[in-house]
Design a protein around this ligand. Sequence first.
Ligand code: 26W
Length: 819
Amino acid sequence: TWKTAMRDITSETPDITKSIVHHVQTSLARAPYNIDDFGAYQAAALSVRDNLIVNWNTTQIEYSRKSQKRAYYLSLEFLMGRTLSNALLNLGLLDQYSSSLSSLGFGIEDILVQERDAALGNGGLGRLAACYLDSSATQELPVWGYGLRYKYGIFQQLIKADDGSQLEAPDPWLEHQNPWELPRLDVTYEVRFYGSAQRWGEGTGRATWSGGQEVLAIAYDVMIPGYGTRSTNNLRLWESKPKRGFDLQSFNAGNYERAVESSNSAAAITSVLYPNDHTSFGKELRLKQQYFWTAASLADMLRRFKNLEKPISEFAEYNAIQLNDTHPTLAIVELMRILVDEEELSWDSAWTIVTNTFFFTNHTVLPEALEKWSVPLMEHLLPRHMQIIFDIVTVEKRFPGDRDRLARLSLIEEGFPKQVRMANLAVVGSRKVNGVAELHSNLVQKNLFPDFVEFYGLSKFGNVTNGITPRRWLDQCNPSLSALITDTLKIDRNVWLKDLYKLKGLLAHVDDPQFQARWAAVKHQNKERLALFVERQLGIKVDAHALFDVQIKRLHEYKRQTLNILGVIHRYLLIKSLTPEERKKVVKKVVFFAGKAAPGYYIAKLTIRLIVNVARVINADPDTNQYLSLFFLPDYSVSVAEILIPASDISQHISTAGTEASGTSNMKFCLNGGLLVGTVDGANIEIAEEVGDDNVFFFGNLTPDVEDLRYRHTYHPIPVEQKSPALAHVLNTVSSGIFGSDGVYEPLLNTIREGDFYLLTDDFDSYIRALEMVDEAYADRTEWVKKSIRTTAKMGKFSSDRAIQDYAQEYWNIESVKF
Ligand code: 26W
């Protein structure tokens, strides 16, 4: 126990143990004899942090000393998850901390789960940013992240006991001190809003922006350790603060309330992460977040650049800025403002610098996700930036070419009010534009920006297929599989975790029955771990011998969780119709769902309700519940994904063809030996190319047919009964009220019966057939295990190390900094 361990501290005590005890007594100011798991976590974290700080400082000094080109990753979201386990892995200190904690009476597993997720993101885009930071540091690349330090991360999801609907609660993740950040109260910038812009210097395009509200940006640095290297990069998150305690002018005028109000409005900027994913609402506070963050980040970069004492004309030779979707597009305009108004460069030289500095990644082709800001709102909040955008429009028009087309590719959309199209601005202001999987990048060129492709040529458009970090998404979340791989490949873990193509060495062992048995045993162990987790969470026992089928992602119509749940109901009805004898031949299956719905997304929330209530009925049916059970795991997070992914036999990635830009959890499942059920969409296609068509279960219509099918839905509708009798039966069963009466689900069912924009009626039958193929394949367990091994073996391409290399070489032109 702590008490004895404390008494036993001697000169022989390992340094790590001493350091943990030291932090209990000093940083936590607590007596060591009544420390609980959380206190032990805090002390261990502070002790690990001491190691990180040393490496981080060395790295930053080296970066300054070498003054090489740097890249900056601007993302409004960083979905980091937990840090302690990742830091221990990357520092190579996991075993030592584990034994120190155990000598103090604590189990490492109990300690690691004390940490709260840093959930400063919605989904794929935010988690991608986190994987890219890991890979950049691992490859010793000088890359910094810039984001916002939200006081509240993505909301906590609760499921209402009476009707199964989603409730949202705040996520005050900073309640306890966060050991992974370093407040830099000395690194601050002033950011202006509102006021007015006065042009000066005839024909130069210059202006002065003054007045309005000034807000302070304060830096918090999060250390990002690389794996197996001392290189430790920085993620700088900005917090907003009123410039003074409160607005002195109002205060002196006797208006105390107004004074406090203005200080509230400054603090509000970084108070909460917007929980929408794929829908833009055009709220003023969101625009304020975007500008606050880009302005502070650019001021910071400029200050760093000026320390190099290079001419400003060389800015783009030393800095590359990656825009993670359009959210940071104002950075383009802000850099123009700084160069033209403050550095007094000519418009054209400024524009050359800008268009050599920025790179833009698009993450979705859904029209409702394309950001637009109303011109009157921009004029009010950022008058100088609106002027610059209008000037960009005018200057772009000087280029030779087809005027009509240029009007169409205009940054301003006509209407009431006029709107600024941020994606178009991002394309115009960037050196290169990329999508996140082959298919998606083609759609970006053909459907989203065809006129720009014609205008600038194809060379401005590229593809970087997404990737995931194998450190978190294999070694950390699936230590048994990692150990088995190391043992089998007979190469050091440090080697294959940094060169994931090495996994193909597993192919030589596919036919080895002993290896197959060990592979299957690992999967089973992970299924038992998930079963235990579910039992603790929901109080229901899960049969780990059943096939585990998982769909975890944000709830969205295009991702078609509805297709999945209707398929589950279909299976339930089928099993129900069998005799007890016949049922014995059914493949036992457990279906897991998890994911959050945007708080205002009615249909997505209704889908959750349906899943939860179907689960209640199915799990309580003694005729069927040994063959089919269903769980909706509340409050999906990175940490929950780390338990679910290693336990899956199959996972579902079943978006309507052409709608899922890439998907990244598909890669995580396959890396962990789960097989993929999916549509021919996003990175599914490239995964199938790698692992082979016979190791994935594809179904559904293809992208080129989607448009035509939608047209037919509108002009030549065919009733569901005719198109898919099986689906019609399922819909009618839901309507009949066995999962909840009084027609609650009708609005959801009607999206399918009328319009069916996401083509469920077109894909249902082939979906069911694909699931039948899964059943057949699963019956031959040896063949199944081979498929699983082959899948993992072929996932090398999907390491985020490869993706980051692509960006570093083809886009940013940066090199590793070795020391
Ligand atoms: C303005 C509202 C808003 C918020 C977030 C619009 C769009 C977004 C993101 C771009 C949505 C997103 O996360 N997209 C996902 O990005 C992943 C990483 O590239 C891809 O793997 C997913 O397919 C894509 O949906």
